[in-house]
Design a protein around this ligand. Structure first.
Ligand code: 2AM
Length: 175
């Protein structure tokens, strides 16, 4: 059985991604580590892991017909996942709209036999990997406001030296 590694994400505009890259550069001065490429920055809504290719095709066809309730999330906080040596940007407080979007997405995915992970939703944009100092920087740049109105379905392909992301579908914004 062949599978593809999938996740649903919010993808920033090039402008927002450039601002997030500035957050990454600032954090690297304190934390060390490797900066993620600007064009790959994203916020994962649901990580599906390896999915059978037939189901992946079904999801890619269904995604445009499943609008995401538009909302806004502040990037106003640096956090670290010390075990994974990741530094990220995200909201200090998860907005209800984003939490609902996550919960409703997983409810919909349940109809395809997919189950949400037991861990709580931790919305974040990974900025640095392999960080050296696992305390987040004390100073945070000016907060960024991220208005979103759609999500993307992404296939993650493992290559030597990292992953390549391929957007396979996106939801249509609500009329
Ligand atoms: P990360 O950036 O914190 O590693 C593609 O790998 C995306 O899916 C990334 O945003 C990654 O988060 C996320 N991801 C990878 N494995 C995951 C897992 N087991 N649970 C939740 N998200 C995961």
């Amino acid at each position: 059985m062949s599978t593809v590694r999938l996740f649903f994400a919010l993808w920033p505009s090039p402008r927002l991604a450039a601002s997030l890259a500035g957050w990454a550069e600032q954090a690297r001065l304190v934390s060390g580590g490797r900066v993620m490429r600007t064009e790959t920055l994203h916020l994962t809504l649901a990580f599906l892991g390896p999915v059978d290719t037939a189901l992946a095709d079904e999801l890619a066809c269904a995604t445009p017909e499943r609008p995401l309730a538009p909302g806004e999330v502040a990037m106003d906080h640096y956090g670290v996942f010390s075990r994974q040596r990741i530094l990220w940007a995200g909201p200090a407080n998860i907005p209800a709209g984003l939490q609902n979007a996550h919960d409703e997405l997983w409810q919909w995915l349940g109809g395809y036999g997919l189950a949400a992970p037991p861990q709580p939703f931790r919305p974040h944009v990974t900025l640095l990997r392999n960080i050296v100092h696992t305390h987040p920087p004390g100073e945070t740049p000016a907060p960024l406001s991220w208005r979103y109105d759609r999500m993307v379905l992404v296939a993650s392909e493992s290559l030597t030296g990292g992953s390549r992301y391929r957007i396979v579908a996106q939801s249509r914004p609500r009329e």
